[in-house]
Design a protein around this ligand. Structure first.
Ligand code: PBG
Length: 335
């Protein structure tokens, strides 16, 4: 009888996993379309849907196609789009990056007139517009900082003038958040937000993206401005600096190898935290799924949920549209 009594006292965690509705009641983390941001690639032309081989299922879109895409995303409840320009007009000084009639600037205007409420964010960095493929200007073989920040400010202003809701600087130059905030405020764009790529690591997982934009650096690497994957204290320093300089949202990038960084940042700061589920992370799942080695949908959901569990409020992901569609179909409520 005593043994029987002891057995009854054993706590049985499996009780809370017994049925899907019970699992639903005790689920700690939620994923919603409104937390997802879809990166989109803009290209010149009309009716262009140019498939990106290194990122199966993703396309470079001309503005008309982009608008169609944005209408669908808005209807699905996706939180925002984040625009990247596929520029074939590259030069040493990235002059096309701040052209008021440039590719991204026109795309912003077109989207904003068709889907005014959709949050439109824009990438700010020079690499798609430079012949050398670096995020800043190169002078005598060196990626210079302050001269680059001046160009980044012009680029950010041109996006704000076109109607961007948020500017997202991904260049990792020092002091650019403060400089861009100031430039925006002086020109009357105090309502435009800044999503700062604050802890952006020099990662091998950007490979498919660089293929999509033909933006890989022609020489050298990005290690003098992007962070060493070994460091987490430095990430906290970068986040603190960007917040002091006026960032509205701070980002950690990539997401999956850096879940510990996301979690530490979430604990240490009150600001909204974003994470970028980058092209290499996307491509790995898609490639493994094509081989039949993982299930695409459940791997996608597990990744996104894990990034949320680590502490990210919002996630930039190439899965945004597919995940939103699945969530709308009530995936996850009875899993
Ligand atoms: C460039 C930029 C990169 C990404 C976003 N902005 C590539 C890089 O830093 O070389 C990567 C996004 C991805 O891999 O999905 N400033």
């Amino acid at each position: 009888a005593f043994d029987r009594f002891k057995m009854d006292l054993v706590y049985r965690p499996r009780r809370l996993r017994r049925t899907a509705p019970i699992r639903g009641l005790v689920r700690e983390t939620e994923l919603s379309p409104r937390q997802l941001i879809y990166p989109l690639f803009v290209t010149e032309g009309k009716s262009v849907r140019d498939h990106i081989d290194s990122m199966p299922g993703q396309f470079r879109l001309s503005t008309d196609e982009l608008v169609r895409e944005c209408e669908e995303l808005y209807a699905l409840g996706v939180g925002a789009v984040n625009l990247f320009g596929y520029s074939e007009e590259k030069d040493e000084l990235a002059t096309k990056s701040y052209d008021s009639d440039g590719l991204v600037q026109r795309a912003i205007r077109t989207i904003k007139s068709a889907v005014p409420d959709l949050c439109v964010q824009t990438d700010v960095a020079l690499d798609p517009y430079t012949t050398h493929g670096h995020d800043g200007l190169v002078i005598d073989g060196e990626i210079v900082n302050d001269e680059s920040v001046e160009v980044l400010c012009k680029m950010a202003l041109s996006h704000a003038e076109a109607g961007a809701d948020w500017i997202a600087p991904s260049d990792m130059m020092d002091g650019r958040i403060g400089a861009i905030r100031n430039a925006l405020d002086v020109q009357g764009f105090s309502q435009v937000g800044i999503l700062a790529y604050s802890a952006k690591y020099a990662s091998s997982f950007y490979g498919p993206f660089r293929g999509a934009l033909q933006s890989a650096p022609k020489s050298g690497n990005k290690k003098t401005y992007q962070m060493d994957p070994a460091n987490i204290r430095e990430a906290l320093k970068e986040i603190a600096l960007d917040l002091e300089e006026g960032a509205d949202v701070v980002m950690i990038k990539p997401a999956l190898c850096y879940l510990d960084v996301i979690s530490r940042v979430r604990e240490a700061f009150d600001a909204p935290v974003a994470a970028y589920n980058v092209s290499g992370e996307y491509a790995m799942v898609v490639a493994a799924a094509e081989k039949g080695w993982v299930d695409r949908d459940s791997a996608m959901m597990e990744m996104l949920l894990s990034i949320r569990r680590a502490g990210a409020d919002m996630i930039l992901t190439y899965f945004a549209k597919d995940a939103a569609a699945l969530l709308r179909a009530d995936y996850g409520s009875f899993r």
